[in-house]
Design a protein around this ligand. Sequence first.
Ligand SMILES: [Zn+2]
Length: 146
Amino acid sequence: MERVNPKTVVWTRETGAVEKRDLWTAMKRGFRCRCPRCGEGKLFRAFLKVDNNCSVCGLDFTPHRADDLPAYLVIVIVGHIVVPLALSIETNFAPPVWLQLAIYLPLTLVLSLLLLQPVKGAVVGLQWALRMHGFDENPPDGVPPV
Ligand SMILES: [Zn+2]
């Protein structure tokens, strides 16, 4: 006797259609602290607090899991700016230590504070574009969001 699958799926052109998400566009919009989907609504409600949803398109931001990644990326970026600059100045001009500390410490602090919010926005944009965590509206069955 032949078994029949009780769950019949009718495939149409729209069955597999999902919202197309461009990674770089979403990351650029996030870097500008805007919604990764529409690019209009604000992403943050405070310095590093991501808003609950977009005020323009209503995208739910709560599934994001940026965690410590923006801080790590800012450390890498600022380190790649300040360290070569410090080595170059020390090699070519050898200024006194107090002058170097007076330049590099505030520079590191200011660059870190300036980059933290845009980098976090870019990380949220990346997670949305790649449908990570809860940003996938059609998750496969049996796989809990991480
Ligand atoms: Zn939006």
